[in-house]
Design a protein around this ligand. Structure first.
Ligand code: ZN
Ligand code: ZN
Ligand code: ZN
Length: 301
């Protein structure tokens, strides 16, 4: 274990802003059978539909056309919602119109439910059958979408269970109760918090700034950490021996398993949680206590 060389200098404003801006809900994707669709018009008409027909104030913070390849006569529009409330409006299929801009469209698979609409149940013993448990929970909450037994970094099941809701009301009530009775046992319930994203420069592999802000002239190979003038020329010649610039261990410099990156991520998350206007705990639990065990495991840690 190497000593941490990271300090608060790397918790830059950019790093914090990225962690914030990447936090909101995943986008909804709608596919039109025509390439001649104006994304702005789609968003306007959708908001108007929900307002006029459902009296819902849908707030979108962005929309764009997908850059992925699609058939010539199709286009996908990505809609980014502002918050949990707008997410739940769109998540609920019955709220949406069936046509927009006089064109039928298909809603692609619903996005995954964001942490802001999830909670964690603690101390759910491994002997509890998760299917029976799910059935019981579903009978209690109409907006419960998924029940997921969490795993540790060795992919072993643990006693935390995540509940994902499609609407904030039941989730918020549950959080304010702070506990949930199921299988004749009372379980503590806490917010589910995703870890902040760490910003790693695509040019020099340092932490805390974007490529366009990079002050290094050459590029650093993320695998072998050699500094080179032209990364494209280097790649065929690269030793492919991973050597991390942060912790000097044998993994790539942008590997999220890196102990230094993990430290920074924990600090950044803690800072976001402590800031007054953090998106994470905007809704409830003013007395939130940071607890590492509430965090999901890193993707491949
Ligand atoms: Zn850089
Ligand atoms: Zn290299
Ligand atoms: Zn490392």
């Amino acid at each position: 274990m190497t000593a941490s060389t990271l300090d608060n200098d790397q918790l830059t404003e950019e790093a914090e802003r990225l962690a914030r801006t990447r936090y909101p809900c995943p986008p909804f994707i709608v596919r039109f059978p025509s390439s001649n669709i104006k994304e702005q018009k789609v968003s306007e008409e959708l908001c108007k539909h929900l307002k006029d027909n459902k009296q819902l104030q849908l707030e979108l913070i962005g929309y764009r056309r997908s850059t992925l390849k699609y058939a010539a006569n199709e286009c996908d529009i990505l809609l980014f919602v502002k918050d949990n409330l707008s997410f739940s409006f769109l998540y609920n299929d019955t709220n949406g119109p069936t046509t927009l801009l006089r064109s039928t469209f298909t809603r692609l698979k619903s996005p995954s439910i964001p942490p802001q609409l999830s909670v964690i149940m603690k101390s759910v013993g491994l002997s509890i059958n998760i299917e029976d448990f799910t059935t019981e929970l579903r009978s209690m909450f109409s907006s419960l979408e998924n029940v997921v037994r969490m795993k540790n970094r060795f992919q072993k099941e643990i006693t935390l269970v995540k509940l994902e809701f499609n609407c904030r009301v039941e989730r918020e009530n549950l959080l304010s109760d702070g506990k949930l009775r199921a299988c004749s046992i009372s379980f503590p319930v806490v917010e589910y918090l995703a870890q902040a994203r760490v910003l790693i420069c695509g040019k020099c592999c340092s932490i805390g700034h974007f490529r366009r802000q990079c002050r290094q002239n050459c590029e650093t190979c993320r695998t072998c950490r050699q500094a080179v003038s032209y990364i494209k020329q280097h790649l065929p010649l690269c030793s492919k021996q991973p050597h991390c610039i942060h912790c000097k261990q044998n993994h790539a410099s942008d590997d999220m398993r890196c102990s230094e990156v993990k430290n920074l991520r924990a600090n950044l998350t803690r800072r976001l949680l402590n800031s007054n206007n953090g998106l994470i705990s905007a809704s409830s639990s003013p007395g939130y206590l940071y607890d590492q065990s509430n965090f999901p495991r890193l993707p491949y840690a």
